[in-house]
Design a protein around this ligand. Structure first.
Ligand SMILES: *Cc1c(COP(=O)(O)O)cnc(C)c1O
Length: 415
């Protein structure tokens, strides 16, 4: 049986691994969409001596610049690295406050902790799971004015009173853009920087504007389950020339343009992408429309089938999302049905799945540092308790969607 795709390469891989349904489930959780175009460009890099800091990186950046219309695109080694560079470029420092969402992948908050800044969580919109703009505004107003209400936005511990509010860090969750217009208005009013975490949203559009370009900085990530992949990698977009120069220096061990290989103007990192990854990314960008369209079709097949099942909610797309860029497919299980039992029963049938997300404020290290408790962000926690990511990729067949959907229907009927 061939599970992942029908290519010869996959067949060989499966044979070598002595594949069984245990090692390779009938339907994988996710799978990259790769063709001979990708294989050939990566192979071609291996025939050159330039495996880093070469023409493929420049070409990949140019492809993203052309696609987003951003003035600068800066390729890096991961989404986390990209977000961290945005935090550094925005001069977010020890003790600074940044308003962000607890309903996200941990990296969006971790990059603040790397600089000893403090994430200030506000709850999310129940429909989209994206940060709630009204709460962002209220928190920003109270914290910027330092009024008596400001305390209620702060964590129980781990923050000093009177710490300055510096930035907003919204996340385009699951490939649907956050409601950026009111967030931008809040940022303007209180002079805050916006870092848009678009790591899940390459290709999405908010009121016909590309996700990732709606703040001062945007980051797209390319881990293998994202819309396009470079293996590991990401790209930052910004219109600011100085920030572009600073981020390029920081990602390359703090070397400024005049520095030699062993001179370092700044404390920097090795956040460089390599040429094989950049070539892969460039090839995937040439297929972006096809990749997004295929993902959209799979989401459509799911919706058709899952909307028929009582107790399952399919993702809601709001009118401001003029293009959804499907990242994962997360259903919500009705409150009266135990999501965890559904998850286990699906696993027993060989259908992989994942609770999505476990809220950031309830991760052990966040509880320890800031004293968060269950009940602090009720909507986030409700979505976290009911959300279930099911197998999803652009290479899924309609038959695979059928298998998963049927299993979900049967499992829920049995519970
Ligand atoms: C994928 C992702 C990232 C970046 O992840 P890396 O593994 O570091 O590339 C950041 N934020 C969100 C919301 C993500 O989904």
């Amino acid at each position: 049986m061939i599970y992942v795709t029908k290519s010869v390469l996959d067949e060989r891989f499966l044979l070598k691994k002595k594949a069984s349904p245990d090692t390779f489930p009938l339907v994988p959780m996710s799978a990259p969409d790769l063709t001979d175009i990708e294989r050939e460009v990566v192979q071609a890099v291996l025939s050159t001596p330039l495996l880093s800091m070469g023409p493929e990186t420049t070409a990949f950046e140019e492809a993203i610049r052309n696609f987003t219309g951003s003035r600068h695109a800066i390729a890096v080694s991961s989404g986390t690295a990209g977000l961290h560079l945005c935090v550094r470029a925005a001069d977010i420092e020890d003790g600074d406050l940044v308003i962000t969402t607890p309903f996200s992948f941990v990296a969006s908050s971790n990059v603040l902790l790397f600089e000893r800044a403090v994430p200030i969580f506000v709850d999310v919109d129940p429909l989209t799971g994206n940060i709630a703009p009204l709460q962002v505004h209220q928190a920003a107003r109270d914290l910027a004015e330092g009024n008596s209400a400001s305390k209620k936005w702060l964590p129980r511990k781990g923050v000093s009173e009177g710490a300055p509010l510096k930035a907003l860090l919204p996340v385009d969750v699951f490939g649907q853009p956050a409601d950026m217009d009111p967030i931008r208005a809040t940022a303007r009013q209180f002079d805050l920087t916006i870092i848009e975490d678009s790591c899940e949203a390459l290709g999405a559009e908010y009121k016909n504007r590309p996700a990732g370009t709606l703040g001062d900085y945007g980051v797209f990530a390319f881990y293998p389950n994202k819309q396009i992949t470079t293996g590991e990698g990401a790209i930052i977009v910004t219109d600011d020339d100085d920030d572009d120069a600073m981020m390029r220096a920081l990602l390359n061990q703090g070397r400024s343009p005049g520095d030699t290989w062993l001179q370092h103007t700044y404390l920097g990192y090795n956040y460089r992408i390599d040429e094989m990854s950049a070539a892969l990314g460039r090839a995937q960008m040439s297929r972006l429309d096809e990749l997004l369209t295929k993902r959209e079709q799979v989401a459509g097949w799911y919706q058709e089938r899952l909307d028929e099942i009582a107790g399952v909610e399919t993702p809601a797309i709001v009118p401001s999302t003029t293009r959804m860029s499907w990242f994962v497919y997360v259903i919500r299980i009705a409150p009266e049905i135990n999501r965890n039992r559904v998850a286990v029963a699906l696993k027993e049938r060989g259908i992989p799945n994942r609770p999505y997300f476990i809220p950031i404020h309830l991760q052990p290290y966040m509880v320890e540092r800031f004293g968060y408790q269950e009940g602090d962000f009720p909507i986030t926690e409700d979505l976290g308790r009911r959300g279930l990511a099911i197998p999803f990729s652009g290479v899924m067949t309609e038959e695979q969607v059928e298998i998963v959907s049927e299993a979900i229907g049967e499992v829920i009927a049995a519970i």
